[in-house]
Design a protein around this ligand. Structure first.
Ligand SMILES: [Zn+2]
Ligand SMILES: [Zn+2]
Length: 345
């Protein structure tokens, strides 16, 4: 099969490799839609702990179940599925709480832990073998292209639920990238009264449909103390400072953008948090099968993701797809690779 391979840090290519054989607790998927993400930059750079080279990347994808490993009883062959990136060992204290995104056996494949596309091979390939625990059947009417957002939608919805979003509230979302635009839509679908989106650049133009107010990140002073809940997916210290300032007294702030090292937070007056009576929460990834509920909202048409797929390429043109994403050409939000030739029409 053809696959994107990172042979060593900072190098990539398309290679012909063996179709994987699904092992215990695994299904073999034929990949139908697969996206690249900013986290893949860290993987390619070799700065993501837990990635061994050569590596097949890809953690935002959907496809068909085409074979099951020994002893696996389902989902049946032919099921259309989206994939969650995190699979826990199932036995550690965090997994037993449902927080398999925080699995204590991270990276230890022998325990059953898998971070798909990071510590085990991913879906930027024609086929991939993944644990069945990662799979969500796509509801009727949800396309492969939309199903490739299974993980992203779960990440965004989990952040909102961490922040205890209540009906009618004002929600500010910082960061108009893929996850931020999912969060803005999911906030509305969850009953937010008003959604404010903070960001900058060409991507903001695409965001107009998903928020009641668009605010340039350079001019957020007027928002000070206005939001019941602020969700941050920009990943910068500026964005985190803005988030703490935009929350009203007694409000909630969920920081979800800075998932890697190297972003210290300075210049915060602690009384902003203490006298502000703020709940400041971190959020990473998507535990508890929450992606299934996000897919239900997608199936009902309460959110949309296909308009956020700004570019599509056959797998063979990965290099061009990668440049388009990295340079944010034409306001690129998500760039999709289509490994099956019949999906290219
Ligand atoms: Zn991603
Ligand atoms: Zn675990």
């Amino acid at each position: 099969m053809r696959a994107v391979v990172f042979p060593r840090p900072d190098e990539f290519g398309i290679e012909t490799i063996a179709v994987p054989v699904p092992g215990r607790e695994q299904a073999l998927l034929r990949v139908r839609a697969s996206m690249v993400c900013a986290t893949d930059r860290k993987v390619l750079a070799g700065t993501f702990a837990g990635t061994a080279f050569p590596h097949v990347p890809g953690h935002e994808f959907a496809g068909d179940v085409v074979a099951l490993g020994l002893g696996v009883t389902g989902p049946p062959v032919g099921t259309r599925v989206g994939v969650e990136a995190h699979v826990g060992c199932g036995a550690c204290a965090r997994c037993r709480e449902g927080l398999y995104n925080l699995c204590l056996s991270y990276g230890k494949r022998e325990t059953g832990h898998a971070h798909i596309g990071f510590t085990v091979p991913g879906g930027l390939a024609e086929y991939v073998a993944v644990p069945v625990a990662a799979l969500h059947a796509l509801p009727a009417g949800v396309s492969y292209a939309a199903g490739a957002w299974t993980d992203n939608l779960g990440v965004a919805l989990w952040a909102l639920e961490r922040g205890r979003l209540a009906a009618g509230e004002t929600v500010a979302v910082i960061g108009p990238g893929a996850i931020g635009l999912c969060a803005a839509q999911l906030a509305r679908a969850s009953g937010a009264g008003r959604v404010i989106l903070v960001g900058r650049g060409a991507r903001m133009a695409r965001a107009a449909a998903y928020a009641d107010l668009l605010v340039d990140a350079a001019g957020t002073a007027a928002l000070t103390g206005t939001a019941d809940l602020v969700v941050e997916f920009a990943g910068t210290a500026d964005a985190a400072r803005d988030a703490l300032r935009i929350a009203r007294r007694g409000g909630r702030v969920v920081l979800g953008g800075a998932t890697g090292l190297g972003v210290p937070l300075e210049g915060i007056e602690l009384s902003t948090i203490v006298r502000g009576h703020l709940d400041v929460l971190g959020s990473v990834a998507n535990p508890k099968g929450i992606s299934a509920r996000a897919l239900a909202l997608l199936a009902r048409g309460q959110i949309e993701v296909e308009p956020l797929v700004t570019h599509r390429f056959p797998l063979e043109r990965f290099a061009e797809a990668w440049q388009t994403f990295v340079e944010r050409r034409d306001g690129a939000i998500r760039v999709m690779l289509l490994p099956a030739k019949e999906d290219l029409s």
